[in-house]
Unconditional design. Sequence first.
Length: 296
Amino acid sequence: MLSTQQKAFYNENGYLKVEQAVTPEQLDELRRITYDLLEQAREVTETNDVFELDTGHSRETPRLTRIKLPHKQHPYFWEILRGSGVTEVLTDLLGPDTMLQTSKLNTKAPGGGAAVEWHQDWAFYPHSNDSMLAFGLMLEDVDKANGPLQVIPGTHQGPILSHHANGVFCGAIDPVDPLFEADKAVTLTGKAGDMTVHHARILHGSAPNLSDRNRMILFYECHAADAWPLLGAGSYIHSLGQTRLWNDLNERLITGKLCLTPRMEQVPVTIPLPPAPDASSIFRSQQSGGAKSAFA
C-alpha cells in the first residue's frame, strides 16, 4: 500500500500520514460502534475498565478522555487491524510478523478535553528493539481547534528525554528540557478515514480540544513480533504468568507468527519506575506525577 517514497519519509522523519486507510463502509461501521459506546457511557458515573471519564462528565453531557482497549470491547476493531488498509501499512513498515501492544480510542471531549503532554511512547514500554509504531485512525475530521496530534520530526532517531518528575515516572517530558524544540512541531490534521503513523520514539503530544466537537481517534500501538518487552515496562503482560502470557501473546498476534528469539538492538532504555501515584493511564500518570504542561 505504501510507496517507496512514503516508506523513506517515515524512516527519515518518524511519522507519516496515510489518506483514507479504511473504506467508507468500514469507517461508517467504526463510527456506529463508537457512538453506541459513547451512549453507554451516559450510565457510567466513574472511570471503569471500559471508559475513562473526563472532568464534568454526566448523563446529560457525557465527557470521556478515552474508551479503553476498544479491540476488547467490540470485535470489529480487531477485524480492522487484521483485514484493512491499516494491516497493509503495518506489514509494509514492520514486516510480516506483527503484534498488538495495546489499543485505545481517545475521544477527547469538546470545550477543553484533556491535553496529552509531550512524551515518547518508548519511555512507557522499552523493548528489545524499537520496531514499534502507533496508528491514529481519525473517525471524524480533525482540525487545529480540536487538539490534533503534533510530532517533532526526526526525534525518533535521537535520545529518550527524561519522563520523570518529583522522583516518579510522570509520563511526560519537562517543556524546559533544552532538547525539546517545540518550534519544529508538525500538526497532523485530516479527514475522517485518514490515519497517522508515528514511531514509538518520536516526541509527540496534543493540546486541549477547544472546539465544540469530540476529537475521536482510534489508536493501535503495534510492534514487530521479535520486539520483546523489558521487565519493568508499563505493560500488563508481566503479571500474567507463563501460561496466560502465552495465551495473551497468541491473542495479540496480528499477522504472521510469534517469535521466541527476541532481536536485541542497541537502543536507549530507561525503565519507567517508580510509577506515579496513579499510573492507570497516561492522563492519570501525567496528572498525579506532577508533569509540567507545555500547553498552559
